[in-house]
Design a protein around this ligand. Sequence first.
Ligand SMILES: [Zn+2]
Length: 122
Amino acid sequence: MDHPHSILVIDDDEDSRDAMTECMRIQGAADARGASDGADGMLQLLTGFLPCMILLDMRMGGVDGTEFLRRKALDATVCLIPVIVISGTVWPILGAVVASLLKPIDVSELAALITQYCSAAT
Ligand SMILES: [Zn+2]
């Protein structure tokens, strides 16, 4: 990776969330944090963690991925942070969503996408 990325992983499945944050650290991320649903994700963004990429599961209990994207788009501070959707179905590339990956993900493909779309890569 070109710079040490900071990544927020939003997934309500604890095992999958932990596996993903660990994977991001192994891939060289400087900071990889997990959020248990969209509400937790927004809370972390609004309390000062501004990652260069968000990995988002769409189907979650509580505030799901769709609602998270809606709330995020309304906030000027965080609306431009790119999102890669990682879910069971393909998601449209719209707004902040830069890519959609199906589970189980290909780690090298994900790493390449993060490098390509990272908000700090200018
Ligand atoms: Zn980055």
